[in-house]
Ligand binder design. Structure first.
Ligand SMILES: Cc1cc2nc3c(=O)[nH]c(=O)nc-3n(C[C@H](O)[C@H](O)[C@H](O)COP(=O)(O)OP(=O)(O)OC[C@H]3O[C@@H](n4cnc5c(N)ncnc54)[C@H](O)[C@@H]3O)c2cc1C
Length: 439
């Protein structure tokens, strides 16, 4: 996004991408003729920047399938329910709503910069859940939220980071809901299409990891790659914070930047898809949406193509479940996922036309997903170094965004912010209107 905006201002921009293809944490694949999103998938209301980008590029979205009943598997029993509130014991529901209100209230009280009382950064989300007496049921539900949101267990993420993150999404419901929330729509041709279309208009080198970034005595930076050096007037580093440490900076970055990179680990979230002749669960009036207090698959969604010419089930495996699952051989992973699907939707789920899973924690240039989970102390200690430029080095990437950080929308916003910064740095004449028109 940064490259797109700077190129539109007439600058000579080169994109260097370590992987063989562009897209990063958005990667689409074909399974039995169906396009599936292995990483970022859904968009929803208030994610205005990614929606504007998609519209500018002609990438079409359609609503996520929600018709029919959802299923909850709780304490070993399986129940159907309508709407977004799962049929778990009423005490669990009441307690979860109480905890949600407490959480949203604390998030709303954060200052304009998203920072709160420093003691909120001294404890984890898990410790807070114990302090507010969340109880077993509500804790299990919020653990599922932590696993999908940060790819970690509640004890692994700072309370302050969790509050700030959710505030940037507009509250827990906006972040979690399908209709009216962040899962409302998805891309007909896969989310990666946005990057592919942008790349087609830019000067992009793939399979080209940047090994080092060196400030010269003059006004330049030199980027070292396996294909040779590149000299630039400014650089935007748009990699996950933990991946910044794979680049050698010369002179070394101030110590706060290195600590940030070490204390901002990527989560573990794996996605698995099974594709079938048809979405057979719809015949049983099931939406394909499920929530489970047991793994490895703990959330599912219907990811079938718009015309239902095939059926596709998407399963999420996150946090500790993902760490155990990711270490298994492919055949065992497939078996475990299909067994989970069969427990939720019946034995037909055991016979897919195709299966795929994507373990983001094994990706060498990404390190995990969906985003990072800084633990206690990281945000107040090192957060200020997240986006602060160092000489000719500027920072982008979803983790640097204040709004919808961790999401595709945050990634787009961060690219826009970095482009504005670089343009100012290089004193390129532009107006806000021109920047918006380029989006
Ligand atoms: C399983 C999963 C599900 C998700 N679901 C959603 C969702 O439904 N909705 C949503 O909005 N978001 C979702 N996300 C998050 C979303 O995908 C990310 O927020 C977004 O794609 C991040 O974009 P980015 O450009 O900041 O970083 P990335 O996509 O991580 O891009 C960084 C790029 O830098 C490259 N790189 C790293 N090091 C180097 C180097 N040294 N030299 C050159 N290149 C390098 C990497 O290869 C990568 O391509 C999900 C993510 C995952 C993993």
């Amino acid at each position: 996004m940064a490259a797109r905006q700077l190129a539109a201002l007439g600058l000579d921009v080169v994109v260097l991408e370590a992987h063989e293809s562009v897209g990063g944490r958005t990667r689409s694949a074909q399974v039995a003729g169906v396009t599936v999103d292995l990483g970022g998938t859904f968009v929803g209301p208030t994610q205005d920047r990614v929606i504007a980008l998609a519209a500018a590029l002609g990438c079409r979205t359609h609503p996520t399938w929600v018709q029919g009943k959802s299923v909850v598997r709780w304490h070993g029993s399986r129940r159907r329910y309508s709407g977004t509130i799962p049929r778990v014991p009423v005490t669990t529901l009441l307690n979860t709503e109480r905890v949600r209100l407490l959480f949203d209230r604390a998030a709303n009280r954060l200052g304009a910069d998203g920072m709160g009382r420093s003691e909120q950064d001294e404890i984890s989300l898990g410790t807070w859940l114990t302090r507010v007496r969340a109880g077993q049921g509500a804790t299990a539900l919020l653990a599922a939220v932590a696993r999908t949101t940060w790819g970690c267990e509640p004890d692994e993420v700072s309370l302050l980071h969790a509050l700030r993150y959710v505030k940037g999404c507009g509250g827990i419901n906006r972040m979690l809901d399908t209709e009216g929330g962040a899962q409302q729509d998805h891309f007909a041709a896969g989310a990666q299409e946005m990057s592919l279309r942008m790349a087609a208009e830019l000067n992009v080198y793939t399979a080209c990891p940047v090994r080092s970034v060196r400030h010269t005595a003059g006004e330049d930076v030199v980027l070292e790659t396996p294909h040779g050096d590149l000299v630039a007037r400014a650089v935007v580093v748009a990699v996950p914070p933990a991946m910044r440490n794979r680049i050698v900076f010369d002179p070394p970055l101030p110590s706060g930047y290195q600590a940030l990179s070490q204390r901002w680990p990527q989560g573990a979230l794996t996605k698995a898809y099974a594709v079938y002749e048809k979405p057979f669960w719809r015949d049983d009036n099931l939406s394909g949406q499920t929530l489970s207090d047991d793994g490895p698959v703990f959330i599912t969604l219907d990811a079938s193509p718009e015309d239902a010419s095939r059926g596709a089930l998407l399963g999420f495996i996150g946090g500790d479940y993902a760490r155990r699952f990711d270490a298994l051989p492919q055949a065992e992973r497939r078996l475990q996922v299909l067994q989970c699907f069969a427990e939720l939707f019946g034995p037909a789920a055991l016979q897919p036309l195709g299966y795929i899973d994507q373990r983001w924690a094994s990706e060498p240039w990404i390190g995990g997903g969906p985003t990072a989970h800084p633990g206690p102390g990281a945000l107040t200690g090192y957060g200020r170094w997240m986006a602060e430029p160092v000489g000719r080095i500027h920072w982008a990437g979803t983790e640097t965004a204040d709004v919808w950080s961790g999401f595709m929308d945050g990634a787009v916003r961060s690219g826009e912010r970095a482009a504005t910064e670089v343009a100012a740095h290089l004193a390129v004449r532009t107006t806000d209107d021109e920047m918006a028109a380029n989006a």
